[in-house]
Design a protein around this ligand. Structure first.
Ligand SMILES: [Zn+2]
Length: 423
């Protein structure tokens, strides 16, 4: 149980069972609970409630010492103070994780990559060297396993010698380049599932891309006259024709994937199929300094690569290697029908809808003789969406105790209930 769940137990007892705590009771109960939860020695809800009842019995306080706003005191003053003196909680947890991993004694690459970063943070060079050995026993080159910033850190500390990085395999350099592109996605509003991609023609990089926030899509819903879903021109139209709610008639957030980002920069899409075109995709692991499985998704990326004649895909496998597969060339593929306009799993999918719109727009520009978009211009198109996302981000951050997000239940509602005699 984490600190916010400890608060949850108290909240439930106070709101639903009318429990009132004196300041002394609150302190005696909550302090060890929160400190324990910060160090992961977590009691269950039942254990916590039992402990509270036991302490109430011990204290026997007179009625006038009951403190009315104990929960807000806990949230605004006590826990922030405890968090400050719980500085060692993080190191405690990391140490615990590191010891459990070592006691398992398995030679798993993903685990070893996490263990390297934990050991680095704890300053345990012995453990770090051991894990690096495990990684090196399973891979040809650390550049296929570790993200550039982390690798540079290891190198700066003298833990990785240039020899291990000095490989003739050009894919290792490409993987590192694609990984640094994936990092650019963070500024462009993508914090999870960070992908970077390189499009190569005859071995030469012709475009670079990464997942980023794209301009939002217009509302989509069932058109009763057509009997199928369609995207409406405006929120007003969506509300009148499809009777969509205000919430559902708002612009829909969309991302542009690294593969599509690359395709949109190619001067002539036609040229891709006449040369040997390949794509490399790298995904940064959400946790730890390694890579994840980065196969192109079927939300438009794979279909568009096949349609436009990209012959071969390469991607990180999350296990220290690269996977490669040939792609079938399917020039006649109707990507929209196969994805968001279809009736299957991808029906109404915003990522594929965004990619189809983008590609149609790109092809129109090509026929009109416009120059292709640059990487930066494409990212810039979604700048407003990124700003909007950042405005909303603090409330969405999970696992955060402070500041507490404002409660949705309004006091006006509670007052109205009280006036009606429900309280
Ligand atoms: Zn994709």
């Amino acid at each position: 149980m984490f600190a916010d769940e400890a608060l949850g137990v108290l909240g439930r007892l106070q709101h639903h069972r009318g429990l009132q705590l004196s300041e002394e009771e609150l302190y005696r109960f909550a302090e060890p609970l929160v400190k324990r939860s910060l160090r992961w020695r977590c009691p269950s809800d039942e254990e916590a409630a039992e402990e509270l009842i036991r302490q109430r019995g011990d204290l026997n306080l007179p009625e006038d010492q009951v403190f009315e706003k104990s929960l807000s005191l806990l949230a605004t003053q006590l826990i922030p103070a405890w968090l400050e003196d719980a500085q060692n909680a993080r190191a405690d947890r990391l140490k615990m994780a590191s010891e459990s991993w070592e006691s398992l004694g398995v030679e798993d690459l993903e685990g070893a990559v996490l263990h390297v970063s934990v050991s680095l943070e704890l300053g345990d060079r012995r453990a770090l060297r051991r894990s690096l050995e495990v990684i090196l026993s399973q891979t040809t080159d650390l550049r296929l396993v570790l993200q550039p910033a982390f690798l540079a850190d290891l190198e700066a500390r003298g833990l990785v010698s240039l020899d291990t990085r000095n490989s003739s395999n050009h894919w290792c350099q490409h993987v590192q380049r694609a990984a640094s592109l994936a990092c650019l996605g963070e500024k462009a509003g993508v914090l999870l599932r960070r992908h970077g991609a390189l499009l190569l023609s005859e071995g030469q990089v012709i475009a670079e891309g990464f997942n980023h926030c794209a301009p939002p899509l217009r509302p989509r819903g069932l058109d009763p006259q057509l009997g199928r879903h369609r995207t409406f021109d405006s929120p007003e139209e969506a509300r009148t024709v499809a009777k969509l709610s205000w919430k559902r008639s708002r612009p829909r957030p969309a991302q542009r994937h690294a593969e599509v980002h690359c395709l949109l920069q190619v001067p002539q899409l036609e040229s891709l199929k006449s040369s040997h075109t390949e794509i490399l995709i790298v995904e940064l692991a959400d946790v730890g300094p390694g890579f994840a499985w980065a196969e192109p998704c079927s939300r438009g990326c794979m279909q568009l690569l096949m349609k436009h004649g990209v012959r071969q895909g390469w991607w990180t496998d999350g296990k220290g290697g690269l996977v490669t597969r040939p792609f079938r060339h399917e020039p006649g593929l109707d990507v929209a029908a196969a994805t968001f306009e279809g009736s299957g799993r991808l029906s109404n999918d915003p990522i594929s809808e965004r990619s189809c719109l983008d590609m149609a727009w790109k092809q129109l520009r090509e026929t009109e003789g416009c120059r292709p978009w640059t990487q930066e211009e494409l990212v810039q198109q979604g700048a407003e969406a990124v700003a909007e996302q950042q405005r909303q981000a603090p409330l969405k951050l999970r696992g955060r105790v402070f500041p507490l997000p404002p409660r949705k239940r309004s006091t006006e509602y509670a007052q109205a209930l009280r006036q009606k005699g429900h309280a």
